[in-house]
Design a protein around this ligand. Structure first.
Ligand code: MG
Length: 385
């Protein structure tokens, strides 16, 4: 059993919107197909993967470094000990050969796209959905998802924002998240109050996201202004790697902080928990499996959280895609992000699983379930062709 080919294609995922820091109109992702020599139903098993939104495609790293390191292995070196499936952990270790520790950056994103495709293939070879393969009988086949949106758009203004959130509620979502930090504080407060009014004043149903924009002084100013609203969380107030700043904000802000989507490794996640001042009974962690080395690393991060006394329920992954959803069900994480209608076709879930009371069902197909989302499968199929 072996992987015969690893193909990568850069695909546009541009969306005409901006948060406090970046504009998404030129965003791309790497779509990956891992072609195996295993036959199922008369056709070769092909695993698919892609990196998450926000970090662009990674073709050069995949083609020049990662793919050759996997393809030069013998079939025995690619398999598990029983010889009945690929061994994703071994293949991941091979991809990281001759890579120095630390400085994870783009490499973590590139490895994630390929590693996810390898897991998709392994679950298909096993004939199981990935969430079932990883989580066994304890896995949850229904996951809470919240709608992340509320990007800045001068044309649509507050009336457009309200219309957008109303649409999410009509779709079946119960909590929403909107951007802050891309407008002056007074304007952001108006946006928050308008959305809260629609949510019946329930702060627990609204989160806000500053995308790492603020310096300490501004973050503290926002923290003081946000505190009375008892929001679900205040996300990425300052630079994601500034743990001391994060700890300072956590000391001043009485409600939940959420962060972690821009930390791409177990070591970075561990440092956040050690030094970020986060409160294990209050705050949330948002590591993104499809940016942070993929499935194996995410499992390790979840174990590390538990070793530090954190419940996996405090982990609500960034990403809004079928992979994050599968891991949320498998590892019994708290919830998963969703970006209704944007980052298409990579964002979103299976076509036949509507949002119901804030929850979405996990697809029952072997693998991660990309085949259950027609527009996404169309693109992925094109990578393998
Ligand atoms: Mg965010």
């Amino acid at each position: 059993m072996q992987i015969l080919e690893i193909r990568e294609k850069s695909v546009a995922m541009g969306a005409p919107m901006r948060n406090a820091v970046i504009d998404f109109s030129k965003m791309t992702v790497s779509a990956v197909a891992v072609v195996t020599d295993v036959m199922r139903g008369g056709r070769p098993v092909i695993g698919y993967g892609f990196n998450s939104n926000g970090r662009y495609s990674q073709g050069e790293i995949i083609r020049a470094r990662l793919a050759p390191r996997v393809l030069e292995l013998t079939p025995q070196q690619q398999q598990n000990a029983a010889g009945d499936n690929l061994d994703p952990a071994r293949l991941r270790a091979a991809m990281l050969r001759n890579e120095k520790p630390g400085g994870h950056g783009e490499r973590a994103v590139a490895v994630a796209a390929v590693e996810i495709a390898i897991w998709d293939a392994a679950a298909k070879i096993e004939g199981l959905p990935l969430w079932r393969l990883l989580g066994g009988a304890a896995a949850e086949n229904r996951v809470f998802v919240y709608a992340a949106g509320g990007y800045y758009d001068e044309e649509k203004g507050i009336p457009g924002l309200i219309e957008e959130v109303r649409g999410y509620l009509a779709e079946g979502y119960d909590w929403v998240k909107i951007k802050i930090g891309g407008a002056p504080l007074a304007e952001d407060i108006k946006r928050i109050e308008a959305v809260l009014e629609l949510l019946g004043g329930e702060g627990g149903r609204l989160a806000v996201d500053a995308n790492g924009r603020f310096d300490l002084e501004t973050a503290l100013e926002y923290a003081a202004a946000l505190a009375p609203y008892n929001l679900r969380w205040f996300e990425e107030p300052g630079d994601p790697l500034d743990y001391a700043l994060n700890a300072e904000i956590a000391r001043a802000y009485p409600n939940a902080i959420a962060t972690g989507e821009n930390l791409f490794s177990l070591q970075d996640a561990t440092n956040l928990i050690r030094h970020g001042g986060l409160r294990r009974d209050l705050d949330y962690l948002q590591f993104d499996p499809a940016l942070a080395y993929g499935v194996t690393e995410t499992i390790a991060i979840t174990r590390m959280m538990e070793e530090h006394g954190w419940s996996p329920r405090r982990f609500i992954p960034h990403g809004g895609n079928l992979l994050a959803l599968a891991l949320t069900g498998a590892l019994k994480l708290g919830a998963s992000e969703s970006y209704p209608g944007v980052f298409q076709p990579f964002g979103g879930f299976a076509d036949d699983t509507p949002i119901e009371d804030g929850y979405v069902r996990l697809p029952d197909a072997p693998g991660i379930g990309f085949e259950k989302k027609a527009a996404l499968y169309e693109v992925l199929k094109g990578v393998a062709a």
